[in-house]
Ligand binder design. Structure first.
Ligand code: LFR
Length: 498
């Protein structure tokens, strides 16, 4: 029997997806419960350059979400609820009438350049870290709002309410304004100690604190689709649930781990490597090793590092596509497999790789500056990227172990990036431990789990994770020890970044 039907929207920086989740119970006595998922819609998502700025196409996302709701009902599903998760930090501003003021900025917009240093000087890095728990990333909401302040943006003065992306999309569908906790903790304006917005910091930076709503925790029911949307789509008023709206946190909720401490790697456009904690770890060493404490679902905190991730590969592919190449990801990975191992390495988190464009040039110049052979072919470049990422994962895993004083028996990898089997096996080899890969659609599944919690179908995060373990297969990658990986790691560490 089907006990519940839910709808998850998972918006990534390169594509958005809508998936239906069916909670099923076996007909036998004491029947096993499983979650079945079906993708009903997938659509591209792009950054759009307008003048000097990079924006998201928010209304297009809304349009695709409405289509997905219509598709769900056309296919005979009757979801009771829906939830939305997206990338972190970005936001839209509403005016006093509740209308969206302009197009939300993309987190790769260059307007925050240099602001980490400037704000660091004003507030002091240690104080800023203690009051936010976050690694200083140029895109954090704090720097974006400070950039708008410095540009004397009239939008900032007109704004009445700030809604983070998932809350904004939920608002456009329901008319309910909300602020969800896990996203709030990505802003650098939420104080992990006081568990409240950091108004004092906002005042010092000229960021209007009136914009911020009190956060609600994942699992909160927001309200039904608005009358306008119901009428337009001809569907009933399904309820929006505030899930772990930060995609990373939804993905971690779907890691099929038990009660033991575990390490995870959420693998998408970004790679987020870390471990689950009961609360934030605000030590000096956490700051020095550039880890973040992000609020998670079920009262957890996630100690993690942002790693540039498959963005590097996505950007290379975009460039090759624009030159008329028709090589897909599977073929690129096959070419990498055939390329010579350990010929050249990059440091994925060198800041030059953050901005869009000219990625193959940037990779080549990194190799040239560090006196390595310059990768030429697609296969050589992709090999270089994947090996470098795997080595970066080892470095971050060792740092997480150092910070927590724990040792992890292996690494859980989740997210779309695990479809890249070469990356998974490189990672196992680099860390010298097994990789447990799955599920792929972790963010959407984690999103569904919190809807099931809201519906009373799952008690808590622990029970939700048991459901994941019972429902989705895991691929195990055992490491093969090799002196080559050790030598490559030593070379990688010589790049000198933490
Ligand atoms: C991953 C992610 C990261 C966040 C980055 C930018 O999709 O949400 O957690 O740091 O995107 O928002």
């Amino acid at each position: 029997t089907t006990d519940a039907t839910v709808l998850a929207f998972d918006m990534g920086a390169s594509s958005g997806r809508a998936l239906i989740g069916l909670l099923k119970t076996d007909s036998e006595p004491g029947g096993k419960r499983t979650l079945e998922v079906a993708e009903i819609h997938r659509f591209p998502n792009h950054a759009i350059q307008v003048g000097k700025h990079l924006h998201w196409d928010t209304l297009r996302l809304l349009h695709e979400m409405k289509k997905a709701i219509r598709f769900a009902f056309q296919q005979g599903y009757e979801p009771a609820t829906f939830g939305i998760d997206t990338w972190g930090v970005d936001f839209g501003l509403l005016d006093a009438n509740g209308e969206l003021l302009g197009n939300p900025y993309h987190y790769r917009d260059p307007h925050t350049e240099g602001l980490i240093e400037e704000v660091g000087q004003l507030i002091g890095p240690q104080a800023l870290f203690e009051q936010s728990g976050l690694q200083f990333m140029p895109f954090n909401t704090l720097y974006q709002l400070y950039a708008m302040r410095k540009a004397a943006s009239p939008k900032l003065d007109m704004a009445h309410t700030l809604l983070l992306t998932p809350d904004l999309l939920a608002y456009l569908l329901t008319g309910v304004k909300s602020c969800e906790f896990t996203m709030a903790t990505t802003t650098q304006l939420y104080h992990p100690g006081t568990q409240a917005w950091n108004k004092e910091l906002m005042d010092r930076l000229g960021i209007p604190s009136r914009l911020f709503l009190d956060p609600v925790h994942p699992g909160t029911i927001l309200g039904p689709l608005s009358p306008e949307v119901r009428e337009e789509l001809g569907v009933p008023g399904i309820q929006a649930v505030s899930v772990g709206t930060h995609d990373t946190e939804s993905a971690i909720a779907a890691v099929p781990a038990g009660d033991e401490p575990f390490a995870f790697l959420v693998c998408g456009t970004w790679s987020l490597l870390g471990t689950e904690m009961d609360g934030p770890l605000l030590s000096r060493e956490t700051l020095e090793l550039e880890f973040s404490n992000e609020g998670g679902v079920g009262g957890t905190y996630q100690l993690l590092k942002n790693i540039m991730g498959l963005w590097l590969l996505q950007e290379c592919k975009r460039e090759w596509d624009e030159q008329g190449s028709e090589i897909g990801f599977p073929e690129l990975v096959r070419l990498a497999e055939q390329a010579v191992p350990f010929r050249s390495l990059i440091h994925p988190d060198d800041p030059r790789f953050f901005s869009p464009g000219a990625m193959t040039d940037k990779i080549r110049s990194f190799c040239q500056e560090t006196n390595q052979p310059i990768p030429q072919s697609e296969g050589e470049i992709v090999r270089c990227l994947l090996e470098s990422l795997a080595l970066r994962y080892r470095q971050a895993l060792e740092q997480a172990e150092r910070l927590t004083g724990r040792e992890y028996g292996g690494l859980h990898m989740v997210g779309g990036g695990i479809q890249n089997r070469l990356l998974c096996s490189f990672t196992a080899n680099a860390i010298g431990k097994p990789v447990w890969a799955g599920p792929i659609e972790a963010s959407a599944i984690g999103n569904m789990l919190m809807q099931l919690v809201a519906l009373g179908e799952c008690k808590d995060l622990r029970e939700a994770r048991e459901l994941v373990a019972a429902s989705f297969p895991i691929d195990v990658y055992e490491p093969t020890a090799s002196a080559e990986w050790e030598a490559a790691y030593a070379a990688f560490l010589s790049f000198g970044r933490v």
